[in-house]
Design a protein. Structure first.
Length: 417
């Protein structure tokens, strides 16, 4: 676990690096010796926590927490485990005059809910001029359902398993397994329990499936030996002087207490009960201290780079020139090779063109010879004589053709011999 030490003795305890936990959240310490404790699975989502005094404590359990908290000197806010805070709206907690707000585990908090443990202005009795509106702490048990737009005032205790209806003004205590609503709030039903299933998108089959539930997980019973009396917790906190002492107490007595009925309470049950015994488990935690307030050591100044002598500069210049000459020669060699390659390609192309021309000429000679052979053929010559006779038929061309044909045949026979 990390222990981040900030200016003026303010401390943040966290199991993970703060950039993984504080998602779009703002933490501000305006006083000194204040503590923010973030439990193992705590994530702050779009939250604001402002310490406006000294020796105050905010303890946030294993929940994704979306809250705005303002607390003054010696006040304590405790938020338990597995609570659901509707991200659609704000839960604001205002703590004054050394008093506290403690909320348990597994509860549902709708949006636009405010908690205030002070009025905060002063009210006096006309007859004796004595103050009558003292600041008082607020205690919320486990598995409590808060509807939207609820106001919670000083001195109330909501026992485990209760329901607080929407737009209620919670100005008196509510018992376990009851439904309460109104302004001012009143009990409207008892001997009930609730679960966290959301019915919005259920079909008929899903609805019928939950018409009966077989378990008794959310039925609470009062047990004097297990009960964490808000009065006993308050007396213990009043006896402690520092935020660190209060941190160790709530860690041991509340955070590590997993008893189902620890905040179960019903009408006429004994209330002024001493706290059950608890172990000091806080002392077993190991911390890696990160002192953010301590000035970080200034890194040593870099050693000056030695300046080269004139001789070294001259040698460097000559080396640079030599290197450039070598590059130029290399480039000439490359260009020469490129030129040779280009000429070789041109010669190859010319050879291919010449070979093609020679093939074309040879083909023409063959075709010409074939044509000559065709003209010397007997049929070709007789055909030519017949065409001529046809053109001169009126001059006795056909008669002349007979004699011409005999002549052509005799010459052809001589050629064969």
């Amino acid at each position: 676990m990390q222990k981040h030490i900030r200016e003026n003795g303010n401390v943040i305890y966290a199991y993970e690096p703060l950039d993984k936990i504080l998602n779009n959240s703002n933490i501000k310490f305006n006083g000194k010796n204040n503590i923010l404790f973030l439990a193992n699975k705590c994530i702050l989502q779009k939250s604001s926590i402002v310490f406006r005094g000294d020796n105050a404590l905010v303890f946030l359990g294993d929940s994704v927490t979306c809250v705005n908290i303002i607390l003054h000197s010696r006040c304590l806010f405790y938020g338990g485990n597995s609570n659901y805070y509707n991200p659609s709206g704000i839960r604001s907690f205002s703590l004054s005059e050394r008093k506290n707000i403690i909320i348990g585990d597994n509860s549902l908090y709708s949006f636009n809910i405010w908690f205030r443990n002070a009025d905060p202005h002063l009210i006096y009795d006309n007859k004796n001029n004595e103050r009558i509106n003292f600041t008082k702490s607020i205690y919320i048990g486990d598995h409590v359902w808060f509807g939207q737009d609820v106001g919670v005032t000083k001195g109330v205790f909501v026992a485990s398993g209760a329901i607080i209806g929407a737009k209620s003004m919670l100005c008196k205590s509510c018992f376990s397994n009851t439904a309460n609503a109104g302004n001012p709030i009143k009990e409207i039903k008892n001997d009930i329990f609730w679960t966290g299933g959301c019915v919005d998108n259920w079909d008929l089959e899903e609805t019928n499936k939950y018409n009966y539930i077989p378990n008794n997980d959310f039925k609470y019973t009062y047990n004097q030996d297990e009960f964490l009396s808000p009065k006993a917790i308050e007396e213990k906190l009043d006896s402690l002087n520092t935020a660190q002492e209060k941190l160790e107490f709530v860690y041991n007595a509340i955070y590590c207490n997993k008893n189902k009925n620890r905040f179960a309470y019903f009408k006429d049950m004994p209330y002024d009960i001493p706290l059950p015994k608890y172990e000091n488990k806080f002392k077993s935690l190991k911390f890696e201290e990160i002192d953010e307030a301590k000035p970080q050591p200034t890194p040593p100044a870099p050693k000056p780079t030695p300046q080269p002598t004139p001789q070294e500069l001259e040698i460097k210049s000559l080396k640079d020139k030599l290197s450039q000459k070598e590059k130029d020669i290399n480039n000439l060699d490359i260009n020469h090779k490129k030129a040779l390659t280009s000429q070789e390609l041109e010669i190859k192309s010319l050879k291919e063109a010449l070979s093609k021309k020679e093939k074309d000429i040879s083909s023409l000679e063959i075709n010409y010879q074939k044509a000559l052979n065709t003209k010397n053929h007997l049929s070709y010559k007789l055909g030519q004589a017949l065409i001529k006779a046809n053109k001169n038929w009126y001059k006795g061309g056909y008669i002349k053709f007979i004699f011409e044909a005999i002549k052509i045949k005799n010459e052809h026979n001589k050629t064969k011999i």
